[in-house]
Ligand binder design. Sequence first.
Ligand code: SAH
Ligand code: SF4
Length: 386
Amino acid sequence: MTANLLDFDLEGLAAFCEELGEKRFRATQLYRWIHQRGVRDFDAMSDLAKSLRQKLPDVAYIASLPVLSRQNASDGTIKWLFDVGSGDAVEAVYIPESDRGTLCISSQAGCAVGCRFCSTGHQGFSRNLTTAEIIGQLWFVEHTLRAERNTTDRVVTNVVMMGMGEPLQNYNALVPALRTMLHDNAYGLSRRRVTVSTSGVVPMVDRLGLDCPVALAVSLHAPNDALRSDLVPLNRKYPLAELLAACARYLPHAPRDFLTFEYCMLKGVNDQPSHARELITLVTSFNGGQGLHCKFNLIPFNPFPDSGLTCSDKATVQAFADLLSQAGIVTTVRKTRGDDIDAACGQLAGEVLDRTNAATRMATLRQGTGTVHTIQVTAASAHNVL
Ligand code: SAH
Ligand code: SF4
């Protein structure tokens, strides 16, 4: 059995080195070569003992997911579709802005939560990604873009777990990947620049607070249990009161003194002034009137076929934002990228996940790499989240 070294955080790599009869500090050297420099050829790792360099090719390798397609939008946004086998694909999206470069990463092929407004949710769950497949998206994008730009400077400054899947339903694979994002001998991102977005897996919110407290974004989408259970079925298991209590427990661990609520604006469903007022009461009356320190990120709904839902119009979104702001809640409306970008949650990957004629479509995708003028970006475009 050979091991993919992307599967290990530093602790795991140290244990692996020990199994090989090597000193633990060799792991730090390896970790740096892999993550800081993007090197996968053991022979090129010049400060490793020669004996270890000779041993490694028999027991280990470094590989991210195969790329099915890449799309470049004219504003610099890039989306990759990765093959995860069995006709499934996941996507990662790089979103450059003047002061940062955000990478949106997937955690699962499909998703079991099944939110009504999410195309990934409509396709169901295929499988969890491994740690190597999660961190491999960052490893691949960071080092591919550095090489293309002929720079050793950091390209990805922020990571958001907002691609396909519910990260907290793949907790054991997620945490080592997060640790590698944060580690100074790997990507060295600060905790506030790594965001986990969740539909509200309450026990795992608590565990994340203890194990690896990065920035947290909670997908709220509704101000009461009846509506939220309809939109986010997981709410039946972990209703709002429990979710908000978990958020309050997370706050002392969080890298900032607030957390972000995401709210997808659905015409006539959750976008009325009455919903805004209910939302204000929900967060301000929390904990006997103490309130919950949070900010809201309103996401215009990205339509997809058969959802039966439409996006709220601009004026409605603005009126909703104004009501929250007037109540003292910091609220942003997520921008979509330039006009050539139709922001949508996982639509391209979604097509692949629809197994009808999957093989034909995968073949088409394999040929389809190149510059395009329209790009479907995951909902996770993640502007204003941080
Ligand atoms: N499963 C996690 C993270 C991935 S989804 C979660 O639900 O938080 C990332 C964000 O995109 C979530 O806030 C989700 O609610 C939102 N989203 C999903 N489908 C969308 C759509 N069609 N339009 C707008 N936002 C969407
Ligand atoms: Fe899963 Fe998030 Fe989509 Fe809901 S919104 S189905 S939790 S990926």
